[in-house]
Unconditional design. Structure first.
Length: 536
């Protein structure tokens, strides 16, 4: 099965003044397809067909349109209607039910949607051979059924029917996102108070009049509407996977269901039907898909036998694309930002172009942290509990990035096997170990990696003095001067590189606070003092 997607973009509708769209009914089917819908000289397109009311002695439902400065979301394109396109331009002051029962419906539409007994079908059909593995085009559905309560029960129909003439697979691309449910008025609507609840209202664009039963829905005044239809969806994108080189037929069709009342229309954006090459979406910081500085990024398309290629880069000074010398492969590796364009030359003599803008997001810079040292507990086994997060702020250095800790550089590089609780980490290498901090900017995932040294220093195994320090009170005043440093050698017991201080409390000795100064002339009447030995 081929993959089907329906993407959508919500765009707030803005109308400038009271301008309305204009309609051009003079173009042939081939001109509508090649010059309006596709606008791609290298697309292989053929067998142009259409049918509308004029084929049955009724009005025309197919034309090109121009936004005419009205604020309509598409600047230009094609409109298909179950009514007369001459009535499509706003303002929205009339409810149209054009055409009669002599203008028939369409069996293909009924076979690919839930619609039955259709009337007043307008359709365009053509064959094409794609050069890429996915096609897409943008459209808006508008209907007179968006009229206070008709959207609760009445749905006219439309479909974009894609047929693979090699495999026979048939798909309707006009479906709700993630489903095979055809898009209809009854499943894209706001709540109609007292009549029916909202359904998929995120895809509804606006009412083009003031519907009293839908107070929460977006609306514009009828007099300002660019089109003469009561309501419309947001701009949507129909997408379908295709096989490059296969022959396809696509049929774009709309029709009324059951009756000929309350017309429907579909607006297809000019140039949005892409059959040429596709370099993909722009890679930008704002879109959240930009690569990171220092990375090599490869852009392009798979090569095809017989095709030749040339890459260009946009020059913002000359405002032109200039050739990148030697860049003649289908793929290009870049490490600087810019807009890059690829031109493909087909063996048939035609060519196709596409361009992509690439921005490189700035990398966070991790500050090299100070070593983290802990004094071992006796009997000095070389292992201790570290709070690695004590170095997070130093590494981050005020940047909008966060630190994750790992035991190896490869794990930090690949973001695998993070240290589960960095606040209670016991080293796994005795005495000395290196751990790795991954500094990552959250939105784009750009990273930097630094190491942190963990040191487990031996606690000096000092010796309690064998004897108390006793001196005679020669003048019988109850106090004498003690030279505490005479106990240094006994306490250190051959250990070197020690600094010994004396304190009047155990708490001071543990913290190193309030040492007795001078220790070699301490006036005391006799008491318990504490010796602190620190390995320097």
């Amino acid at each position: 099965m081929k993959r089907l997607l329906l993407l959508f973009t919500i765009v707030h509708f803005g109308v400038s003044g009271v301008a309305q769209i204009t309609i051009d009914e003079t173009l042939t089917t081939q001109e509508l397809v090649e010059d309006v819908l596709i606008q791609n000289s290298c697309a292989i397109v053929s067998n142009f067909m259409q049918s509308t009311g004029t084929n049955f002695g009724d009005g025309n439902g197919i034309a090109a349109f121009d936004a005419n400065g009205s604020g309509f979301q598409f600047t230009e394109g094609i409109v298909l209607s179950s009514g007369f396109v001459s009535n499509a331009p706003g303002p929205n002051l009339t409810v149209h039910s054009d055409g009669g029962f002599g203008w028939p419906g369409d069996p293909d539409l009924e076979a690919n949607t839930t619609a039955t007994n259709t009337n007043n079908a307008s359709w365009i059909q053509f064959d094409f051979v794609p050069f890429i593995d996915e096609i897409s085009f943008d459209f808006i559905m508008a209907s007179e059924e968006y009229n206070d309560n008709f959207e609760c029960t009445f749905s006219d129909a439309f479909a974009f029917i894609l047929t693979d003439n090699v495999t026979g697979l048939v798909q309707n691309l006009a479906v709700l996102p993630g489903t095979t449910i055809p898009i209809e008025v009854t499943n894209i609507r706001y709540e109609v108070v007292g009549q029916c609840g909202a359904v998929n209202q995120e895809y509804f664009g606006q009412y083009n009049f003031d519907p009293v039963a839908n107070p929460a829905a977006p609306t514009i005044p009828a007099a300002n509407s660019p089109i003469d239809f009561n309501g419309q969806t947001v701009p949507l994108t129909a997408m379908g996977s295709v096989v490059p080189g296969n022959d396809y037929t696509i049929k774009l069709v709309v029709a009324d269901q059951s009756d000929t009342a309350y017309d429907i229309s579909v607006y297809l954006e000019a140039g949005s039907f892409n059959l040429g090459i596709d370099l993909g979406e722009d890679l930008t910081i704002m879109a959240g898909n930009a690569p990171c500085e220092g990375e090599d990024l490869t852009i392009g398309i798979p090569s095809e036998p017989g095709d030749t290629y040339q890459w260009y880069q946009f020059n913002p000074v000359t405002m032109m694309f200039t050739i990148i010398p030697g860049a003649t492969d289908s793929m290009l590796t870049v490490n600087t930002g810019g807009t890059y364009q690829l031109e493909v030359f087909k063996p048939s003599g035609c060519s196709a172009k596409d361009d992509v803008t690439v921005e490189f997001a700035p990398q966070p810079v991790a500050v090299e942290p100070d070593p983290l040292a802990i004094c071992d507990d006796l009997p000095n086994d070389g292992f201790a509990i570290f709070d690695l997060t004590q170095r997070d702020a130093q590494i981050e250095n005020g940047q909008m990035a966060s630190v994750t800790w790992f035991e190896s550089f490869n794990d930090a590089q690949n973001a695998t096997n993070p240290i589960v609780d960095p606040t209670m980490y016991m080293n796994i290498v005795q005495g000395f170990q290196v751990v790795w901090a991954r500094l990552e900017e959250g939105s784009l995932g750009c990273i930097d990696i630094v190491s942190l040294d963990l040191l487990v220093n031996d606690r000096p195994p000092i010796t309690d003095p064998v004897d108390d320090y006793i001196i005679c009170d020669n003048d019988q005043d109850g106090v004498e001067v003690f030279d505490l440093t005479t106990k240094d050698d006994e306490i250190s017991n051959t250990l070197v590189n020690l600094v010994i201080t004396y304190h009047t409390s155990e708490a001071d000795a543990l913290s190193g606070a309030a040492p007795i100064v001078p220790a070699n002339a301490y006036l005391s009447g006799g008491e318990l003092v504490w010796a602190r030995a620190e390995n320097i």
